[in-house]
Design a protein around this ligand. Structure first.
Ligand code: SF4
Length: 214
């Protein structure tokens, strides 16, 4: 049976990016929840510079739930939105203790009930920790999908729904990661490297003026 264009895109990306580990450093579910929560509006590298200090001082939900806000704010200050992020981390830790017996929950509803954890973060956590399907829509993923003509939407919730309906469950997490990596390596926001891109034969944007605005 002839493969669909989407399947070929997924295959090319699978070959190009065989490593699909998170770029955030973590060693247990709690640390991943913290790192993902801190990664909003900043880079993974910036988060990785902060978390070693944070995890040394507050290694689990029990200790972070009692962290003095001013001290936590100081540690996460460089990441932007530091007051909100510190407040969210303490709130999420308290909720993990009071509602989930100290364990990071695995369902979408439970995860998104934690302060600072939205659908994107929940999909990252579920996919990396438990291999659950889910489309992780961030700026790179959305841009790559729009340029490939898989969606026209800029609304992350719509993109998640549309792509989630197209991609088989067992390929969703991998596609989320590989499309993200592709956006970082070739499909840059301003100057995509179309001539070197392994998806160029499949991409309607190649050579189209104004790609950078999509
Ligand atoms: S051909 Fe260009 S626009 Fe299309 S996916 Fe590759 S880098 Fe992005």
């Amino acid at each position: 049976m002839k493969k669909s264009r989407l399947d070929v895109i997924l295959d090319v990306l699978d070959d190009e990016y065989p490593e699909r580990e998170s770029l955030l450093d973590y060693s247990n579910p709690f640390e991943l929840m913290v790192a993902v929560s801190l990664s909003a509006q900043t880079t993974d590298a910036a988060v990785n510079r902060v978390t070693p200090v944070l995890f040394r001082r507050w290694p689990d939900a029990e200790s972070l739930a009692q962290a003095p806000l001013s001290e936590l704010e100081e540690v996460v200050h460089s990441l932007g939105f530091f007051r909100q992020k510190a407040k969210n981390l303490v709130g999420a830790s308290q909720r993990i203790l009071s509602e989930f017996k100290g364990e990071v929950p695995s369902s979408m509803n439970d995860l998104t009930s934690l302060p600072g954890v939205g659908r994107k973060s929940a999909n990252v956590i579920r996919g990396h920790l438990w291999g659950k399907p889910g489309i992780i829509v961030d700026t790179h993923f959305g841009r790559v999908c729009r340029r490939l003509g898989l969606t026209t939407s800029k609304d992350p919730v719509k993109v998640e729904k549309e792509i989630g309906e197209m991609v088989a469950l067992e390929r969703q997490h991998a596609f989320s990661m590989t499309a993200n990596f592709h956006g970082r390596r070739y499909c840059h926001a301003r100057k995509p490297l179309c001539e070197d891109c392994p998806l160029s034969p499949l991409c309607p944007q190649l050579g189209v003026e104004g790609t950078g605005s999509i």
